[in-house]
Design a protein around this ligand. Structure first.
Ligand code: GAL
Length: 691
């Protein structure tokens, strides 16, 4: 009896250990781990050993296989060939490289496409994609969904219990497939039925009394033609929600299929492009965590100064970190640029040091791993001219490759400082949330009122100000518990339920501080304007009425004056009429509403609500308002110039310079520099801890 209970206790203890391990995919003491994509199928097998050995020698700790390899894994229907992958995994293990496997649903083999051409995406104009590229199959095609699961199940049976495999990445950079095929049509109708239950509810939500749009049956509803002028806004909005949902459920189906066979030690993720209007990011229910991909020099972003394009835009990684971490506290970066890419408009060399800067930036946000795309530079195929960790000869490290090596060895140094260091209270006290819902961005984009409006840029004006304050930022959703944030910014949150308005009011009444910007709360959760005065349900909260809004022409920008300074604006301006007791902080100048209020500040019991009615051209107004609010609240902030980012992670202070001149970081006396110097050059990094 005694024996049995001892055994039981031991069993329970080992079960507990397993379940704890499940959440310890990336042990905290290793801080982060770095890997590289490798495509065995692209290279002669005689080179695999050499390549994987080199990868390990350079310090990489994992590799990534089989992403686009469906044709090699299942060369004929139902005939699987895992021999090559077995050998590649064995070689990775020989050099202590852990393996991430991929489900390769981004590239169906030609036999599948030819036998079932309806799996190909049908465009709005009726034309169809064809075999020869990738991401041409539709997530809304029933056969594609079902057949993909067969292949995934075979992979999972083969490698699901293999300890050399640490995890799975689903598909590749999943996005919405907008498909006009028959299955998509059927699934859209079913989705609408599920959502609205009755056709009357749909008619109400879509406002179909307008222009004789009324439906009497779900089967009358087609996929909306987005290019047809005047097409019902809500039908289009629902269609884009549906497409996003198709992506999320396809990923979930993949994860459920894998889970039938894989060990709980293996995790499941996917690699999203950070797109701030994509509702499928974080909408999955089955993934263990999510990760993102990032490319910084591709010809579009100017960065800071004449050569800034070689370093990249400083908020690109910052915002991706702050967007993904709240959605998935354990997150990683699945692809990070190693050097030049091939697909940009101008594929410049990154500035020497920039690749290492990005690696540190990803780390600073809390990421648990980084994988680079890719180890070897391809010599053929669509991505010819793309850089790698080694160049086209397959052996010589590129500049980016040596920077990865440097970062990996620097992380090795940090791993020596295992005890968690202190994070300065001043940093924590500045913690700010941005309340954000990608659905608003899509809705606004459909019906902007002025082409001068740009939602992402609007949010970035606040975000940049916060980063100059050295504030840690979390992008949060309406369902988040607001209480842990002393300050929440609510930028252009157009569709708002009464329940959310109540939640925000309660938050402020209990001592929270809101900064709400123009375009917020115009519409109810259906996207209808209120049958009331413009945005009236938020008047009490903001302590002001919105008399009207104005949208001037680009050649006639308006001006807002605050504390003796002028700020030009041209995209959106709410003309405010503060209630008694509400302070007016800024006023419009130079138009028929000169002297009227543009920014108000309203104390609500313990908390406050600041309303910023204008969207300034360069973000100066937003910065000045935020500064004034934080001063009022007695929250000390920094004043970092654009391009200087400072974060704390695991107690390490990390300062990064995306600017075009050196920056001197003032550190407290009890700090110890671990990497770099307090004078941080362009693309430089400083890491310290506080003793
Ligand atoms: C990414 C993609 C990779 C690869 C890479 C090239 O967007 O996920 O598969 O194509 O670009 O830079």
């Amino acid at each position: 009896m005694k024996h049995i209970s001892t055994l039981l206790i031991l069993l329970m203890m080992s079960l507990m250990a397993i379940s704890q391990n499940n959440h310890d995919y990336f042990p905290t003491h290793q801080l982060t781990t770095v890997g590289a994509y490798y495509y065995p199928e692209h290279w002669d097998e005689s080179q695999w050993d050499r390549d994987l050995k080199k990868m390990a020698e350079m310090g990489f700790e994992f590799t990534h296989f089989a992403e686009f390899a469906w044709a090699q894994l299942e060369p004929e229907e139902g005939v699987y060939d895992f021999g090559w992958l077995d050998r590649a995994i064995a070689l990775a293990a020989k050099y202590d490289l852990k393996v991430i496997l991929c489900t390769s649903t981004a590239t169906p083999p030609v036999w599948l496409v030819r036998k079932h051409p309806d799996i190909l995406i049908t465009n709005e104009d009726g034309t169809r994609y064809d075999h020869g590229s990738r991401q041409h199959a539709s997530f809304s095609n029933e056969y594609y969904r079902t057949y993909s699961m067969k292949m995934i199940a075979e992979l999972a049976k083969r490698y699901g219990q293999d300890d050399r495999v640490i995890g799975w990445q689903l598909d590749n950079e999943p996005h919405s497939t907008v498909d006009y095929g028959d299955d998509a049509q059927k699934r859209f109708r079913a989705w609408l039925k599920e959502k609205y239950n009755s056709i009357d509810a749909l008619n109400h939500a879509w406002g179909t009394n307008f222009w004789s749009g009324t439906y009497s049956d779900f089967n009358q509803i087609n996929l909306p033609k987005h290019r047809q002028w005047g097409m019902n806004l809500y039908q289009r909005l629902d269609h884009s929600r549906f497409c996003d949902q198709e992506t999320a459920t396809f990923l979930d189906e993949q994860a459920r299929t894998l889970r039938q066979y894989i060990s709980p030690r293996q995790w499941i993720t996917t690699n999203f492009i950070p797109m701030y209007d994509a509702r499928f990011i974080g909408a999955d229910k089955e993934l263990d965590f999510i990760s993102y991909t990032r490319y910084m020099v591709y010809g579009e972003d100017k960065g800071i100064g004449d050569k800034g394009y070689r370093v990249g835009e400083y908020t690109r990684i910052a915002m991706a970190n702050d967007y993904f971490r709240p959605l998935s506290p354990l997150y990683g970066v699945m692809e990070l640029q190693p050097g030049q890419v091939n697909w940009g408009t101008v594929n410049s060399q990154p500035l020497p040091g920039a690749v290492r800067l990005w690696l540190w930036h990803v780390f600073a946000g809390g990421s648990r791993f980084t994988c680079t795309y890719r180890f070897r530079a391809p010599i053929y195929g669509f991505e010819q001219y793309h850089s790698g960790i080694v160049g086209t000869d397959g052996v010589t490290p590129t500049v980016g490759g040596t920077e990865y090596q440097q970062f990996i060895s620097e992380i090795g140094q940090l791993r020596e400082h295992t005890a968690l260091q202190q994070v300065p209270t001043a940093y924590l006290n500045r913690k700010t949330a941005i309340l954000y819902d990608p659905d608003n961005s899509v809705a606004i984009e459909q019906n902007k009122q002025t082409i001068l409006w740009d939602t992402e840029q609007h949010v970035l004006k606040y975000y940049r100000a916060l980063k100059s304050f050295g504030a840690p930022v979390d992008f949060i959703r309406a369902t988040t518990d607001f209480a842990e944030y002393p300050v929440i910014i609510v930028p252009a949150y157009q569709q708002m339920s009464l329940a959310l308005i109540r939640k925000l009011s309660e938050y402020a009444e209990k001592g929270g501080n809101l900064i709400i910007s123009c375009r917020t709360g115009h519409q109810n959760e259906l996207g209808h304007l209120w049958e009331a005065r413009h945005a009236e349900p938020i008047y009490k909260l903001i302590g002001s009425e919105i008399a009207f809004y104005d949208l001037p022409q680009s050649f006639d920008p308006g001006t807002v004056e605050m504390d003796g300074k002028s700020y030009a604006w041209s995209s959106w301006g709410d003309i405010l009429q503060p209630f008694e007791g509400t302070e007016s902080w800024a006023s419009y100048q130079g138009d028929f509403y000169a002297g009227k209020s543009a920014v108000t500040f309203n104390r609500l019991n313990e908390g406050s609500v600041t309303y910023v009615g204008a969207d300034s051209q360069k973000g100066g107004l937003e910065l000045a308002v935020l500064k004034k609010v934080y001063d009022r609240l007695g929250i000390p902030v920094e004043n970092y110039p654009p391009g200087i980012l400072v974060e704390f992670r695991d107690g390490f202070g990390i300062a990064m310079n995306y600017g075009d001149s050196p920056y001197t970081m003032e550190l407290p006396e009890n700090s110890e520099i671990l990497i770099g110097e307090s004078l941080i050059p362009t693309a430089g990094v400083l890491v310290w801890k506080i003793n």
